[in-house]
Ligand binder design. Sequence first.
Ligand code: ZN
Length: 274
Amino acid sequence: MPELPEVETVVRGLRRTILNQTIASVYINSPQIARAYFEGDLGAMKGRKFIDIRRRGKNILIDLDGGQTLWVHLKMTGHFYYLPKDAPIDKHDHLIFYFKKGKHSLHFNDYRRFGYMRLVPTSDLPHRRGLKELGPEPLEVKLPEFINLFRRAKRMIKPALLDQTFLAGLGNIYTDEALYLAKIHPRRLTGTLSDKKLAELHRIIQALLKKAISKTGTSVDTFAGVDGKPGGFQKYLKVYGREGEKCRTCGGAIRREKIGSRSSHFCPHCQRLR
Ligand SMILES: [Zn+2]
């Protein structure tokens, strides 16, 4: 699933392509899919202009003039593609925006259909489930607040970092990578880490996410940016997807274990559970 760096890559791609564009028409591929996938009358966006594009956790928020926001979650296989106007329509393109100017259109494609698109009043966003309970942004949270998160909760660190109400935006890839870099076992209890260790983790998470964004995300699955290009961070992964391969620090084998409900990749030698 796209995580913070991948969603940020899409947001930046949308800003480069559709910001300030006015919608000439909205093509909805299948009314049945639209009923299950959309909330609100997405056809009513005709004539509106995209005035801002933001990210909150793994959510994409596209503001339109007139006080409405298109709220999109990509989940597993949601993609925005900015394509020439005459590009063929894929059967999994749920929606296409055509613009008043330029030679391109924006396709939204999701073949597994776990994502969603909701057109909601911008002023309602802070009260909506799925947004209101989100934890702080990992790239914005200051160290004292970050330390407090861990002091408040006594739980295993891996499921805590995956919990969007704890921190918003991390998923399986970046939690495994961050814990490896910080030499923290994924089963370690949050309340047992020293302030010094948490300061290190805080720095590591921010540096990791920034580097992944600079490489336009990780494509270990179908992830691609608005330009259709895959991310480039997969070649920097140290543990995720490397079960049985050599740890680049100690040479031991990377292990994969189910922790909470998700699989975790880690080095049992470098990430000891004390
Ligand atoms: Zn190791």
